[in-house]
Write a protein that binds this ligand. Structure first.
Ligand code: ZN
Length: 371
């Protein structure tokens, strides 16, 4: 049997904070600018040709062949990534889903640059041209891991930097666990507390972003008292950026702990695929909560944790009407108003709305598994 080179490998990302000196910060900023200007040059040419009626193949050839003056051997990889990124957007442009490719601004909340040749030694990250940057390597790399690239991130106020190391790890073969009927759980997304499971238990996600809102407001108000771009303005902007980063870390930590708890208790987890873009459009007032809950990221992490133990995440189709079916008698009740308890007119079942939906998702997941 033929085996490809990548079949026995896992791809993983490890993130570490890095602490560049002032000189190194300037070098990194120059690199961010360089990638952005290459991106903008190519995007500008694509937009112009598209408005003059160029087709998909023509645009692809344009992106591939247009020379970038700053391109040299070290930056070749980064420019290739920029080209790839623009080419991936072209089908959307040509099918009319987007009207043009948006140009990058230099005051984006997060800026990044990709590096192909990287190394680590003694708690330092070694990058070409820049040299070694102090790195807080709070956990070891997995056994036998090989680094094949890195992305350096910075927020636009230069409050903190971190690096994402791209790793190739030899895969540990895991035998699939036999799934017991009683050890399958269904999760239904809930605006308050992330999810309700099929036994009616709510996860109780503490809404970290909402908790930090007052602190953030204080920082932004303080920053607005000073001239934009001044030292003290920057100081408060940096403080706000650090709080935002802290929230991201808190959420990630909570989600992994919750995923491990679920993986320990159950053999399989059924979830509903969510139409996040649609939900945000229909209820813009709730989009803040939706971003705070980050259900898509949670399901991804849950899947990763389950697969590592030979267990399964089952995704139920988003068009399955989980909230409209009675979980006791199985009859369709029809659309319910939001924020109401579920009451079945046929058998008289009265349950929490999310609890009922979670029970349906579990049933549908079990049905999918038997196929
Ligand atoms: Zn019923």
């Amino acid at each position: 049997m033929m085996t490809t080179k990548y079949e026995k490998n896992d791809f993983r990302i490890h993130e570490y904070p890095i602490y560049p000196t002032n000189v190194q910060q300037n070098l990194l900023a120059a690199r961010f600018d360089q990638e952005d200007s290459a991106y903008n040059t190519l995007a500008g040419h694509v937009n112009q040709s598209y408005s003059q009626g160029a087709g998909l193949e023509e645009l692809k050839a344009l992106v591939q062949n247009h020379p970038i003056p700053t391109e040299n051997e070290v930056d070749h990889f980064a420019i290739t990534q920029v080209r790839k990124r623009i080419i991936s957007l072209l089908p959307r442009l040509c099918s009319g889903k987007i009207t043009c490719i948006k140009l990058r601004r230099t005051d984006r909340s997060q800026r990044s640059a990709r590096y192909h040749y990287v190394g680590i030694s003694d708690y330092h990250l070694v990058l070409p041209v820049i040299g070694s940057i102090a790195m807080e390597q709070h956990r070891d790399l997995p056994k036998g891991a090989r680094i094949y690239g890195a992305t350096v991130y910075a927020d636009c106020y230069h409050a903190f930097y971190h690096v994402a190391l791209h790793l190739i790890v030899p895969q540990q073969p895991v035998d699939p666990v036999p799934i017991h009927y009683s050890k399958v759980v269904g999760l239904d997304y809930a605006q308050d507390g992330l999810y309700v499971d099929s036994s009616g238990h709510c996860a109780g996600y503490p809404a970290f972003r909402h908790q930090a809102q007052d602190k953030l407001n204080r920082c932004h108000r303080a920053a607005n008292r000073f001239k934009t771009g001044s030292r003290r303005w920057r100081k408060f902007r940096q403080r706000a950026a650090k709080i935002e980063r802290h929230v991201v870390n808190q959420r990630k930590d909570w989600q992994y702990k919750q995923a491990h708890a679920l993986a320990q208790q159950y053999d399989a987890v059924c979830v509903e695929t969510l139409d996040l873009a649609g939900m945000m459009q229909n209820e813009p007032a709730l989009s803040g909560k939706l971003c705070d809950n980050a259900p898509a990221a949670f399901y991804k992490r849950l899947e990763q944790v389950l697969n590592a133990q030979g267990k399964r995440l089952i995704r139920v189709d988003r068009y399955y009407p989980s909230s409209q079916i009675c979980s006791a008698c199985g009859r369709k009740v029809g659309k319910l108003p939001m924020d109401s308890a579920f009451t079945c007119p046929y058998c008289g079942l009265s349950l929490d709305r999310n609890h009922n939906a979670a029970r349906n998702i579990r049933e549908e997941g079990l049905r999918q598994m038997e196929q």
